[in-house]
Ligand binder design. Structure first.
Ligand code: ZN
Length: 138
């Protein structure tokens, strides 16, 4: 079995941002030489997500509005977590959008359903953060 591990780094301009990382993940799969296996992609921070959905800008705005309704950033004083920080909403948003995805690799390609793409979801940005990509197979 082959195992390959690599990080993707992010430092977003906005506090909340979604970044399509599908091509970067496929490049790591390509470099691994693995033709059949699994690819794990996970956020290494508890205020960021990795998720799979459609690469459609309207849907991304809908996600942001929906998350802001569920867990508004302001007023920061509404959260018990915000004694030394102001990112309680980011923890909650990350929890609902998920930590990781696992994608099958078939004939060297990420084996997606129709319209599936992988996104990094940032909820407390403007700092260095990373995503782990681990590819296993043969
Ligand atoms: Zn926190």
């Amino acid at each position: 079995m082959i195992a390959k591990r690599e990080y993707l780094w992010f430092n977003t301009d906005e506090r909340v941002e979604f970044i399509n990382i599908t091509n970067q993940v496929q490049e790591i799969v390509d470099k691994s030489g693995i033709k059949e296996g699994l690819c794990l992609v996970n956020a290494m921070h508890i205020t960021a997500s990795v998720f799979i959905n459609d690469a459609e800008s309207g849907l991304h705005r809908d996600f942001k509005h929906w998350l802001e309704e569920l867990a508004p950033h302001e007023p920061v004083s509404q959260y018990d977590h915000n004694t030394f920080e102001d990112n309680a909403d980011a923890h909650l948003k990350r929890q609902i959008m998920g930590r990781e995805v696992v994608v099958a690799i078939t004939e060297g390609q990420l084996d997606f359903g129709p319209w599936e793409q992988i996104f990094y979801g940032e909820f407390d940005g403007q700092r260095d953060k990373r995503v782990l990509v681990k590819v296993l197979g043969e």
